[in-house]
Design a protein around this ligand. Sequence first.
Ligand SMILES: Cc1cc2nc3c(=O)[nH]c(=O)nc-3n(C[C@H](O)[C@H](O)[C@H](O)COP(=O)(O)OP(=O)(O)OC[C@H]3O[C@@H](n4cnc5c(N)ncnc54)[C@H](O)[C@@H]3O)c2cc1C
Length: 265
Amino acid sequence: MENFNYHRPATVAAAAALLKKSKDGVYLAGGHTILPTMKQGLRAPKDVVDLSGIKAMSGIKASAGAVVIGAGTTHMEVASSSAVKKAIPALAEMAGKIGGVHVRHKGTIGGSIANADPASDYPSACLALGATIVTNQRKIPADKFFTGLFQTALKKGEIITAVSFPIPKRAAHQKFPNPASRYALTGVFVAQGKDGKARVGVTGAGPAAFRVADMEAALSKEFSEKSIAAIKVPPRGLLNDMHATAAYRAHLVSVLARRAVAAAK
Ligand SMILES: Cc1cc2nc3c(=O)[nH]c(=O)nc-3n(C[C@H](O)[C@H](O)[C@H](O)COP(=O)(O)OP(=O)(O)OC[C@H]3O[C@@H](n4cnc5c(N)ncnc54)[C@H](O)[C@@H]3O)c2cc1C
């Protein structure tokens, strides 16, 4: 790892100013992606701006309509939050299945979403629940946020400060985890909004998280396993690697979506 300047600002504005001033700076949250990348020499930033000292970016607030989670909140805090468990139990369960215990105690929702790993779990929840990604500059609907493999709509230096999840009528998450890392080989998050409309978010299967329009239309008419039993996802464009073929991932989407519908509460 190369030498770098370490900064730990106390406010979002100070963090943004530090990154703007730096020629080649990065934000640090839980460090579970950025630190291994630096150790492997894939990134050698001159400045590392640690966001963990910013109190305004932590914590969970639930209201009648939404759960708002500060970007610095760890997966373990989401998994064990009584407010999340009550409002969106599927989200707490999903956070509880991320990685191993060390990853859950350090990894943050903001870091996970900013990183947009195709196999990470939060993107599927963001899409299925119709979340809004709140930054220091604007509010970005989840549908416009995940733009490609490790690509997001974030501009250089933009900081995710919170993620707002509307509370659904019911939801569930199912994943087929990689047995070593627990990353999603494929994961499906299904939610039915209070207006009856269903949304299906898929992660792990494609280069970026995506929704399945045919399943959403069928589930919005009748929220049952039967209504999506015949719907297949074409393997074209899905990931094809040493872990699984595109055809296998496409098959998993159908299986996991049916299981999620059956489990939704
Ligand atoms: C062994 C292992 C297993 C894992 N298993 C899973 C799994 O099963 N499911 C899953 O979803 N994830 C998994 N992860 C990923 C992990 O959960 C972290 O969420 C992820 O690495 C990034 O979060 P972080 O807080 O560590 O971010 P960091 O590594 O600190 O940062 C990641 C990137 O996001 C940027 N960033 C961080 N915070 C912000 C912010 N607020 N605004 C803008 N940019 C920001 C950083 O600059 C960096 O580019 C695993 C990781 C490991 C190492």
